[in-house]
Write a protein that binds this ligand. Sequence first.
Ligand code: ADP
Length: 631
Amino acid sequence: MNIMFDEQQAMMMALNISGNHVMCLDLKDNRVYDLHGKAMFGNNVGIDICYTYIHPDDRERFRTFVERLSDGTDLEADCHYRWDYNYTGQGEPDWHDMYGRAIAEYEDGKPVNIIATLTDETEVKQKEREVEHLSERYRSIFENSIIGMSFYSPEGWLIDANQIMRQICHFDSDTSDEFFSKMNLFDVMPFNEVLDRENPEDYWACSLSIVPERNMRVYLEISVHPIYDEKGKLMYISVTANDVTEERNMYLNVMENDARMKKMNEAIKNYEAELRYMLQASKMQTWRISLERDTLEFYDGLNTVMRSFSLEQLQKIFVDQEHPFVKALSDPAETLKKPLVYVGQMYPVVTQSSTENQWVQINCIPEFDKEGNLLGAFGVWRNVNDLMCKQDQLRKETKRARESGQLKTLFLANMTHEIRTPINSIVGFTEVLSALEGEDKKEVIQIIKNNCDMLLRLINDILTVSSLESGQMDIRPVEVDFAKSFNELFESLRSRVQEPGVEFIKDNPYATLPIKVDVDRVSQVITNFLTNAVKYTHQGHIKLGYHTETRTIDGKQLEGLYVYCEDTGDGIAPESQPRIFDRFYKVNDFVQGTGLGLSICKAFTDACHGDIGVVSEGKGKGSVFWMWIPL
Ligand code: ADP
């Protein structure tokens, strides 16, 4: 079935689709009405009222447009005006942009109607304005950007460059455009080497740019960015440049400072290490008192705090509270004003490894601020324990040497007597020997023998002492049955105990005792003990004995041999007992003897790491001499 449209209807449909309005301005009746669409608010509006709805800026133009068509000046004309759609007359006007073309309709050679076809282009115009506004904003960003920006055509010709770009490139305003316009992007360094003319890609670089003829020497951060449209066609090439010379200089400065700081830190570290080593090697440590912080700090090295005290504790670390230095520390702000040196004992508060008090030497230097106010003091302290011990030892040794010197003089004086007495009796009795017979002769021979023994012992002692003085004491342990050796020694010594009122007693608890010991030396010690006992015992008994005995030495259980000689003789006064084992020491100078025997016994005991001693309750109470040596 064919659908037929009449022409009029078809025209109406076409107008509807296009959204056009058609208006008629009836020049005869002075009124305006809609021929098509709804541009007007009524269909019988006078032209004068119509004017009031036109935007004031367009009104004059609109009037001229109407006049020229009415008086026949124009046969047709473009029309464009803004129309207020807010017909109520209240509130804000609602401007619509109406565009179109008008034609004058003639009757009898005179214009009677103006027919205008109009399109509402408000939205289009609005968009145009927005685009304009946006591009203005972009322009402002472009011009006011703090980095240099420029746009090039796809062929590499400059389209635009902002102010900063011109500054960066040192182009003054007169010549810059000319210069820029002559330079093709693809021909200048460094783009001629990195950009592909046909297909330029993103590029970024930061380098020194030098153009001598433009007096340009700057570090530039440059980036190139091609801009394509949605179809992938190259539209522009944007080039941005940022002058980073200052940043770079700043960076270099920072780097330089860093390097300098690093060097300095290393030097300080080395210096501190050296100082620490020096302090350690000389057993010194540093300290500092701060009055402001109320602290006394002891350091390891220069500033690693080992121990810290408040100033209230300052005096308490010293042992001798009566020392003027320690007393003065009750007022540190006054005392520390001048340099001080103190030597004395300190509690073991700094190096807590030792629990004993330490002798220290403290050097004290005051510390002032620029105005001369006392800040505190600093200095070194040194553990002088060893030094003090050595000094003490030296003092004792000097004393001993002095005494020993005196004793030696005494000994030499005695010696004449000690040697002459036996020799005289030997010589004397030998002379009468040939004239004697029987028992008398035997007795004299015995006397000569005793004196010879005495001389021999004397000479032996002197020889032993002299070998001790040159630092020798040979210990020669041998495997022996000590029980047997002891019995033999006891028997050989029996003849020496001749006093009728003195009983000679043996205390041998073992039938046999195989041990390894320097039996000659032990016999010498026992003989010495006995010789002395015989000298000083005239009534009672002399008892020789021994047994094995375990002692704890330095936490170790040690098996040893204990020998002793007990007598009921003169005994030894308590005040003399400590010196009895000293060389040349005799309690009574008028009694026969050199004062060497016991000192030799002690030297042997010391060499064996043993112990020797005497127990006597005093004068006339007898004594027990004993020795213990480890086996
Ligand atoms: P000396 O050759 O003079 O006896 P010693 O060193 O053997 O030398 O003895 C030192 C001193 O110890 C003796 O001079 C004596 O005064 C005293 N002494 C030693 N043993 C005894 C003892 N058993 N009883 C009393 N005094 C003794």
